[in-house]
Design a protein around this ligand. Structure first.
Ligand code: GDP
Ligand code: GDP
Length: 437
């Protein structure tokens, strides 16, 4: 997991200019998310072999009619909640303003490192302007000029030095990490609370690193689960920006990155939306196990065919998630909720499943016998050997005579045979083709 650096500061201090200097590339998936791209919320960056992600909190426009101070408070709180390091940018030519003091007063209470940059210090003769910034009470200010690329190395050194110690973030392999994903108001909070409200569940909010503190841990039937990023779900009122759609997309992507199993929550009344598709697509590409949860099932008038029709519609909308089980639930009436934890456990097991090499090669041999590979450009494919190289998701390497002769439709056929033989329900599979050495 890469550390997150959030940039805060009032308008016109030079945040975008600085951002453009530091950011390496836009996180690719965000490219086709409506709304997100324009505001460039979420970028990858690198300094001296440290990779990190930058959030431009200024890109999150809450409501243009809001007072500037309201916006600034949102930004600062968002940074405090999300970032590992906060980069507070000010304008040395303008000096300390009331808005800067407001931001500083919020950031002083953050238990996160804050790096104070004073921008627009374009030449050495500006140096004395820096002193009044000590009054913000955030430690030593770093003078920079984003426009003239002055002192950015020192600034990045300070940022990187403040990153949390990686070794302290123990990653317990025995835990099943679960992310609830979905648009605002589909019922994620209600589902989380219902899941935790179950009798045989022992809940704990684990103190420790700040990032852990927003996760909820629970144990059921001796299995340990972590619900990722439940801060906004369990203490909703405090997180004012939770309902902003663009922000919720970004947050979903980050939760998916950390999860084993993604619960794609869909509102039964609204059905699958474009945003659901994109986020579920990201989970698929990232190789996470998935369960589709159709919530608010109580609101649907049902006959004997209703769930069948829903299933068909979801299968056609989310074509790439054919492997994901679908659960029809109601957080309100608790209908079928107990099954949800079972499904999570099931999908996690499938995601981590290993099959034996000999059985795997037998299955591949049988598949080839039933349906021999077609020739591509006059070359006929021969599969020499298959092996499972990894789990989460199950990853298979096929050693072949001519990798170019593997057509994607034949890969799909092999995947289907693997699923028929071994199950792998709830998990994507990764099939890799290699030429013989
Ligand atoms: P943002 O609103 O905080 O994102 O600020 P911008 O990056 O859009 O910059 C606001 C203005 O300050 C623009 O006109 C920039 O060209 C200018 N600016 C940014 N960095 C510097 C700098 O280092 N020196 C000077 N003199 N101007 C700068
Ligand atoms: P979130 O934004 O995804 O966390 O959604 P919430 O859990 O806050 O739920 C949004 C609204 O939908 C609230 O008013 C809930 O009471 C309501 N809601 C949640 N689950 C259900 C459900 O299963 N049935 C019905 N009828 N309403 C629900």
């Amino acid at each position: 997991m890469k550390p997150i650096v959030a940039i805060v500061g009032r308008p016109n201090v030079g945040k975008s200019t600085l951002f453009n200097r530091i950011a390496k590339k836009r996180v690719s998936i965000v490219d086709d998310m409506p709304g997100v791209t324009r505001d460039r919320l979420y970028w990858d960056a690198e300094w001296l072999n440290h990779e990190f992600t930058m959030i431009d909190t200024g890109g999150i426009e809450i409501d243009s009619t809001d007072h500037i101070l309201t916006q600034i408070r949102y930004q600062a709180n968002l940074a405090i909640d999300e970032a590992d390091v906060i980069l507070f940018v000010t304008d040395g030519k303008a000096g300390v303003t009331f808005a800067d003091e407001e931001i500083a007063s919020i950031l002083r209470h953050a238990k996160k490192p804050v790096i104070l940059a004073v921008n627009k210090m374009d030449s050495i003769k500006d140096a004395h302007e820096i002193y009044e910034f000590y009054n913000l009470g955030l430690g030593e200010p770093t003078p920079i000029s984003a426009a003239n690329l002055l002192n950015l190395g020192d600034l990045l050194d300070a940022i990187v030095a403040a990153f949390p110690d990686k070794s302290s973030e123990a990653d317990d392999e025995d835990q099943i990490k679960v992310a609830f994903i979905g648009r605002p108001n589909v019922g994620k909070s209600s589902l989380v609370n219902a899941m935790l409200g179950e009798e045989r569940v022992i809940v704990s909010d684990v103190a420790g690193t700040t990032r852990d503190a927003i996760d909820t841990h629970f144990i059921k039937d001796d299995i340990s689960y972590v619900l990722i990023d439940t801060a906004g779900m369990r203490r909703k009122a405090r997180i004012e920006y939770e309902s902003i759609e663009r922000y919720s997309v970004m947050r979903s992507l980050r939760a998916i990155d950390r999860a084993d199993v993604v619960l794609v929550v869909i509102d039964a009344v609204d059905g699958v939306t474009e945003q659901d598709k994109k986020i579920a697509g990201y989970a698929h590409e990232a190789g996470r196990a998935a369960v589709i949860v159709v919530n608010k099932w109580d609101l649907i008038e049902k006959d004997s065919k209703t769930s069948l029709h829903f299933t068909e519609a979801i299968r056609s909308e989310l074509g790439f998630l054919q492997y994901a089980p679908i659960a029809f639930v109601s957080a309100l009436t608790k209908q079928r909720l107990s099954r949800l934890t079972e499904l999570v456990k099931f999908a996690a097991d499938q995601h981590a499943m290993r099959v034996s090499t000999s059985v795997l090669n037998q299955v591949v041999e049988d598949a080839v016998a039933i349906n021999p590979p077609p020739s591509v450009n006059g070359k006929r494919l021969k599969i020499l050997y298959a092996t499972q190289a990894g789990v989460k998701p199950p990853t298979f390497i096929f050693f072949v005579n001519e990798p170019e002769a593997m057509h994607f439709s034949y890969t799909r056929f092999l995947e289907n045979r693997l699923r028929e033989s071994f199950g792998f329900e709830g998990t994507p599979l990764k099939l890799v083709v290699r030429g013989k050495k």
